[in-house]
Design a protein around this ligand. Structure first.
Ligand code: DMJ
Length: 429
C-alpha cells in the first residue's frame, strides 16, 4: 500500500534544509553575495557585495517563522547594504532578486527601512530605461547612472513590472510603474504578425537580433509578467497582451507528442518549428497556465516536466523531448518544477502535486546536499557537483517546497502575486 504523505513533516524537513543551506552561507560567505559551497568561500557578482543571498532569502525566513535568522539578516542588510557603489549591475537580476526581495520583506515585516532601501535602489536603476524605445539597457551604474549593453531580450526587458509597479504603489511615485510598463509594451508592440517574439532585441533601434521564440531563457518571464501584471494591478492592457500572447504560444509552440504536451521553439517570422528543446527553466510554464485558469494544459505540461525530472533522477537544464537527448546536463538548484507543483496544488488541491513535490525534494536532498550546504550539479547523469549555490535556491526552491507542504494559508495565494523570483507581493484589492 502506498505510504500516506505527511505534509506537516515534509514542511518541517524543507525548513530544516533551508536552515542547513543558510548556515553554510553564514559560516563561509556572511556579508557576501553567494556561497561557494565546495570551496567554502564566496562570490561577489560585481566585485563588492550587494548582499544578494541575504536579501533574496529574507522573506523565506519570515514565511518559515525563523525569527532569529530574520532579525540577524535584517540587521546585516540595514547596517551593511549600500547601493551607492560605482558598479554596473544587471537591471533585471537586481530588480528580481533585490528590489523584489526588499519589497516583499517590507510588506511582511512592516519595517519601513526596507522600503527606503527599495526606493533608493529603484531610483538608481531608473536610468536603464532611458533608451529611445523605452526598452531598458541591460546594465546600469548604480552611482553614476551610466548605461551599457543595449542588446537585450524580452525576459530582461519585460520582467520588471511587478517590482517597479509595487514600488510605485508603496511610494506613490508613478514613474516606476510607467517605465516598467512602457518596457513591457515596447517588446509586445514588436511582436511578429504571428504574435511571436524573438529572444534578442536592440534597445536603441528596437530591431530583433534573434528570431527564436519559446518559453525558455530570455523570453520566459516576459509572458509571466503580462499575466501577473494584469492580476496584480488589474491592468487591462497587460490582460490583453497576455491573451494575445498565449493564443500565439499555444498555436505555434505547443506540441502534442502522443498523449504528452510540450512547448517547442519556433521562428517568430513564420511560426515554423525550429527545435524540440525543453528545459528546467520552461518548467515555470505549468504555474503560469494554472494561474491563467488553463488547468488542463497546466497539468499535462507538469506531467511532462516530471518525466524530464525522472529520466535521470533530476532534471537537466535542457533536453530534446522527442529524442530525450540531453543538450545541457547541468542542474543549478532551479525551482520551477516545484513552483508549478505548488501553484497546481493551491488551485486544484489534488494530492498528486504533493507527491511530485516530495519526489523533487528527495532528489535534491539526495544529489545536491553536502555536509556544508547545497551544491549545483555539473551533470545530472554523473551527478558531478559544481561549486555554486544560487540565491534562488533559498528564495525560490525551498520556499515553494515549504509552501507546498505547509498549511494552505501560510501565504494567502489569492491575495498575493509571486514575482519571478518567488517574492510574494500584495495584489491590488
Ligand atoms: C530565477 O532567477 C528566476 O526565477 C528567473 O526568472 C529565472 N531563473 C531563476 C531560477 O531558475
Amino acid at each position: 500500500m502506498a505510504e500516506v504523505l505527511d505534509a506537516a513533516a515534509m514542511a518541517e524537513r524543507a525548513k530544516g534544509e533551508f536552515l542547513h543551506a543558510w548556515h553554510g552561507y553564514e559560516r563561509h560567505a556572511w556579508g557576501h553575495d553567494d556561497l561557494r559551497p565546495l570551496s567554502r568561500g564566496f562570490r561577489d557578482w560585481y566585485g563588492s557585495s550587494l548582499l544578494m543571498t541575504p536579501v533574496d532569502a529574507l522573506d523565506t525566513m519570515v514565511i518559515m517563522g525563523l525569527d532569529e535568522c530574520v532579525h540577524k539578516t535584517k540587521e546585516l542588510i540595514l547596517h551593511d547594504l549600500s547601493f551607492d557603489q560605482d558598479i554596473f549591475v544587471s537591471n533585471f537580476e537586481i530588480t528580481i532578486r533585490l528590489l523584489g526581495g526588499l519589497l516583499s520583506s517590507y510588506q511582511l515585516t512592516d519595517d519601513r527601512r526596507l522600503l527606503d532601501l527599495a526606493d533608493d535602489l529603484g531610483t538608481r536603476l531608473m536610468p536603464a530605461f532611458e533608451s529611445p524605445t523605452g526598452i531598458p539597457y541591460r546594465f546600469v551604474n548604480l552611482r553614476t547612472g551610466a548605461v551599457r549593453d543595449p542588446e537585450t531580450n524580452p525576459a530582461e526587458a519585460g520582467t520588471l513590472l511587478l517590482e517597479f509597479g509595487t514600488l510605485s504603489r508603496l511610494t506613490k511615485r508613478p514613474r516606476y510603474y510607467d517605465a516598467a510598463k512602457r518596457a513591457l509594451v515596447a517588446i509586445y508592440e514588436r511582436r511578429s504578425p504571428f504574435g511571436l517574439v524573438g529572444d534578442r532585441i536592440h534597445a536603441e533601434t528596437g530591431e530583433w537580433l534573434r528570431f527564436d521564440c519559446h518559453v525558455s531563457a530570455c523570453i520566459d518571464s516576459y509572458f509571466e509578467y503580462q499575466l501577473k501584471g494584469s492580476l496584480a494591478f488589474r491592468d487591462s492592457d497587460c490582460g490583453r497582451m497576455w491573451d494575445e500572447s498565449i493564443r500565439a504560444v499555444n498555436r505555434y509552440l505547443a506540441d502534442e507528442v502522443g498523449s504528452e504536451l510540450w512547448y517547442a521553439h519556433a521562428d517568430m517570422r513564420d511560426g515554423k518549428r525550429t527545435s524540440t528543446t525543453f528545459g528546467a527553466l520552461d518548467a515555470f510554464f505549468p504555474a503560469v497556465l494554472a494561474l491563467s485558469g488553463d488547468i488542463d494544459r497546466a497539468s499535462r505540461l507538469q506531467a511532462s516536466c516530471m518525466k524530464m525530472w525522472a529520466t535521470h533522477g533530476i532534471e537537466p537544464e535542457r533536453f530534446d523531448y522527442r529524442t530525450l537527448r540531453i543538450e545541457d546536463g547541468a542542474y543549478p538548484l532551479r525551482p520551477e518544477v516545484a513552483e508549478s507543483a505548488y501553484y497546481l496544488y493551491q488551485i486544484t488541491e489534488d494530492p498528486r502535486y504533493l507527491e511530485m513535490g516530495r519526489i523533487v525534494f528527495e532528489s535534491i536532498v539526495r544529489h545536491c546536499r553536502t555536509d556544508q550546504a547545497y551544491v549545483s550539479l555539473r551533470d545530472v547523469v554523473t551527478k558531478e557537483k559544481a561549486d555554486t549555490m544560487h540565491s534562488f535556491f533559498l528564495s525560490e526552491t525551498l520556499k515553494y517546497l515549504y509552501l507546498l507542504f505547509a498549511p494552505r494559508d501560510t501565504v494567502d495565494f489569492h491575495r498575493v502575486i509571486f514575482t519571478t523570483e518567488a517574492h510574494p507581493l500584495r495584489r491590488v484589492e
